[in-house]
Design a protein around this ligand. Sequence first.
Ligand code: TXA
Ligand code: MG
Length: 328
Amino acid sequence: MIITDPQHAVRDLRQGKVVAIPTETVYGLAANAENDAAVQCIFALKKRPLNHPLIVHVAKNWDLSRFALDLPPYLPLLIEHFWPGPLTFVLKRNPKTVSDWVTGNQDTVAIRCPAHDLAQALLSDLNAPLVAPSANPFGKLSPTTAAHVQEGFAGMDFTILDGGRCAIGIESTIISALDPKGYTILREGIIHKKALDALLPEALCGAKASPKVSGQLKSHYQPHKKLYTFSNLNHLKAFQAACKEKLYIISFSPMVLDKRHDYHRLSPTVQGTAFELYECLRLADQSQAALILIELPPLEQAWMAIHDRLRKASAGDSLEKLALPLQG
Ligand code: TXA
Ligand code: MG
């Protein structure tokens, strides 16, 4: 059921129920992080493997030492600059307060402070942290509206708090902050390495072995239809010539296409593309087209999160790899 009253959501959460909540990135499937039975329901609903840990969501200005130990010296600066916002820190877990269910038995915990008024209001009223994985069945596209959540869990009975369309549209950047000498990016997001390094010029990026993150599986964030990426318009032309089926083509470059195909032109900015990406892939999935073809953005630092999501949505398959003969 879709609701708009945050008090209703707080009542459900207090009773140990699961509630889908809006955040600035994507909708999350939330439960009280201090209630193991409620946390277990999330794994069951999502059909998520139990060893994939959950992010603990906290309200502004909560004392992180309640959940994590050995906080690195650069943490306050990053928090001051980016929180509330789409940046998640992996820290050494405080085993007294964070349960094995949340961390998948690891000795680390991921923590984030969402920049959405409703999410903040829930956390403050509940006065307890919330675990909230993206509110999609495991491996599928993340939802950016309440209606997407409902579509993904048809027939299942939990409350969905409608907070409008997510302003960012892709999941938070996750960094490992276990090493006091510097962070490591575990999942790319809208906050990219350059923006982090601008604050911490001496940070040692990528110096450490990273813990396992489910978002690092080769295929993830997948539409139902087969999706290929492409970079070179000549490969697209060759594919169109060889394929008789209706296609859903998504590109940054302007193009004139045969009318039988569907076409969407993406925003030229990273923010604009992130905002519309999952919505666009959903529409492509629901269309009559047989296949989805999507152009890769420039190979620049700021675009890495989009590259990452497209690599996973395509399971690494591209028109270039098909090596069709080019024309002309
Ligand atoms: O933007 C977001 O982060 C959204 C919204 C709802 O907050 N949440 C989200 O959660 O994307 P989820 O569960 O779909 O993705 C969280 C990722 C997973 O890949 C998980 O493996 C990783 O975070 N993760 C969680 N705890 C971790 C830990 N202790 N160490 C390493 N990775 C961790
Ligand atoms: Mg997810």
